[in-house]
Structures are given as structure tokens and as C-alpha cells.
Design a protein around this ligand. Structure first.
Ligand code: KIV
Length: 284
């Protein structure tokens, strides 16, 4: 096989998702679906259900490891789960994003590149990092060196202690302006994708309008983003404790896990999830 050969179709008939195809999908107004996955079995199920992208989220620190935040997650642990998830996608189509965990990119561009290298060599096709401002320099450095980057603004869980808890961000005019400025800087630095977490729908919509080419992926950010992400355990209804209002349990309608995954994909694509009121937040 030539080094430039691309698989044309997967066993389940889908073409492999690429950054190019994701941009084209966004340009024609088709919603982008994302779900977290941490292992081979769920990666395969999600891929078969038609998910466009999977995220090996550092939320695994809470869901798989039992920590109370994402902060204790180590890079080696993210590498391990990325490797497992990527194996589940062999012969599949979904695009794989992996989180750079807390402490693996904050020291500067060299550390970020080394950490991104570890995730890409484990099978990630894109890395995700949290925050605005100083991160633009890191994003530019990675993108210039061939690493596709997904940024993450709003409620950034690695900063939970600095933010004073899991609170809606950008509710007042000043906070909204900061989020919009950071999003613009990240877009200018070359981030191709941007997770917008826990913010008023109007702010997420403005970020998308400000940066039309950016593939914004909302979670608790209303219906006007280019795509949506949920945490696997939340949408399967197996997370214990009080869940944020933006979560919908796709197992509620019965059926199998496979049915729930397909319902999630369909609801995002059709625009019936998230609900603009029940799953969303308003500005102050
Ligand atoms: O770690 C994670 O699961 C995430 C999603 C909530 C976007 O970052």
C-alpha cells in the first residue's frame, strides 16, 4: 500500500472521518456528533452507531478511576486509554480526539508537544486542551507541527478549583466578552475544533458566528453549536449523583445500549437534542 493510500470505506460502509470531512460536514450545516469513549468495546459500539468523533476524555478520572475531579489523571493513563480506544476503532470510521490531562501542557510548548506526541502515537488524531489566553501559543505551536487541536472553553474542569466549582461560565457581559475573545484567539492560532462547556446558549451562538469555520462542539451550551458532545456514562444513565440539566438519558426510552447510541446520533443530527430550554442556560 502506498504511504498516501487512504481506506475508502470501513466494514460498516462509512468512509473514515477526517479533519477535511469534518470541515466539509460543518460547512454544509450537518451537525457533528461526539461522545466520550475510554475503551475498545464502547469505541466499536459508538462507531457502529455512526458517531462522527469520539473523545478519550480525562473525565475517565471520575468515571473509571473514582476520583472527584479530572486533576489526578496522568498522561500515561490517557495514553493507555487512547491506545485501547484506538484499537476498538481499527477498521472503523470515527475521528479520535484525546485529552491532554492537567499538568501535561501547562509548562510550555515543548512539554505540550511531547505530551501530544505520546497521545498521537497511541492513536489519537487530534488532542484537546483546556483554557484560553496563554493556550493560544501552545495551540499554534502544535498546529504548526502537524497536530490537529481541539480547544475547550467555558467550564474547563481542570480549573475547577480556580473557577469555584462546576458553574455556568460567561453569564454576565464581561465574562461573555472574555470567552468570545479567547475563542477568536484560539481560532487565529489554528484550533480546528472548540468544545464549549456550560455557558449561555447566546454566548456559544456568538462564538460560532464570530468564527464561522470553527467546529464548535457544545456541552451545556445550547443548540447553536456545530456539534454536540456528551459523556458516555451520563447519556447511558449509569452516572450516580446529581447530573447537570444539559444531560439527557438516552436509555430512558428502553432498548439496548446500541439503540441509545443510535438515538443520540439521530437526535443531534435532527436538532432535537439539546432542547433549547430544558438542556440550556440563559445569560444573566
Ligand atoms: O473529559 C471530558 O469528558 C470532556 C468532555 C466533557 C467534553 O472534556
Amino acid at each position: 500500500m502506498s504511504t498516501h493510500a487512504q481506506p475508502t470505506a470501513t466494514p460498516n460502509g462509512r468512509k473514515p472521518v477526517t479533519l477535511h470531512s469534518l470541515r466539509a460536514q460543518h460547512a454544509r450545516g450537518e451537525k457533528v456528533t461526539m461522545l466520550t469513549a475510554y475503551d475498545a468495546t464502547f469505541a466499536r459500539l459508538a462507531d457502529e452507531a455512526g458517531l462522527d468523533t469520539l473523545l478519550v476524555g480525562d473525565s475517565l478520572g471520575m468515571l473509571l478511576q473514582g476520583h472527584s475531579s479530572t486533576i489526578p489523571v496522568a498522561l500515561e493513563e490517557m495514553v493507555y486509554h487512547t491506545r485501547c480506544t484506538a484499537r476498538g476503532l481499527q477498521g472503523g470510521a470515527a475521528w479520535l480526539v484525546a485529552d491532554l490531562p492537567f499538568g501535561s501542557y501547562q509548562q510550555g510548548v515543548a512539554q505540550a508537544m511531547a505530551s501530544a506526541t505520546a497521545l498521537m502515537q497511541a492513536g489519537a488524531q487530534m488532542v484537546k486542551l483546556e483554557g484560553g489566553g496563554w493556550t493560544a501559543e501552545v495551540v499554534r505551536f502544535l498546529v504548526d507541527r502537524g497536530v490537529p487541536v481541539c480547544a475547550h472553553l467555558g467550564l474547563t474542569p481542570q480549573s475547577v478549583h480556580a473557577l469555584g466549582g462546576y458553574r455556568v461560565q460567561g453569564r454576565d457581559a464581561q465574562g461573555a466578552a472574555v470567552l468570545r475573545r479567547h475563542a477568536k484567539e484560539l481560532a487565529d492560532a489554528g484550533a480546528a475544533m472548540l468544545v464549549l462547556e456550560l455557558m449561555p446558549s447566546s454566548v456559544a451562538a456568538a462564538v460560532q458566528t464570530d468564527n464561522p469555520g470553527m467546529i464548535t462542539i457544545g456541552i451545556g451550551a445550547g443548540p447553536d453549536t456545530a456539534g454536540q458532545v456528551l459523556v458516555l456514562h451520563d447519556m447511558l444513565g449509569v452516572t450516580r449523583g446529581k447530573l447537570p440539566r444539559f444531560v439527557r438519558n438516552f436509555m430512558d426510552e428502553g432498548g439496548s445500549i446500541e439503540d441509545a447510541l443510535r438515538r443520540y446520533v439521530a437526535a443531534v443530527k435532527e436538532g432535537t437534542f439539546p432542547d433549547p430550554v430544558a438542556h440550556a442556560y440563559a445569560a444573566a
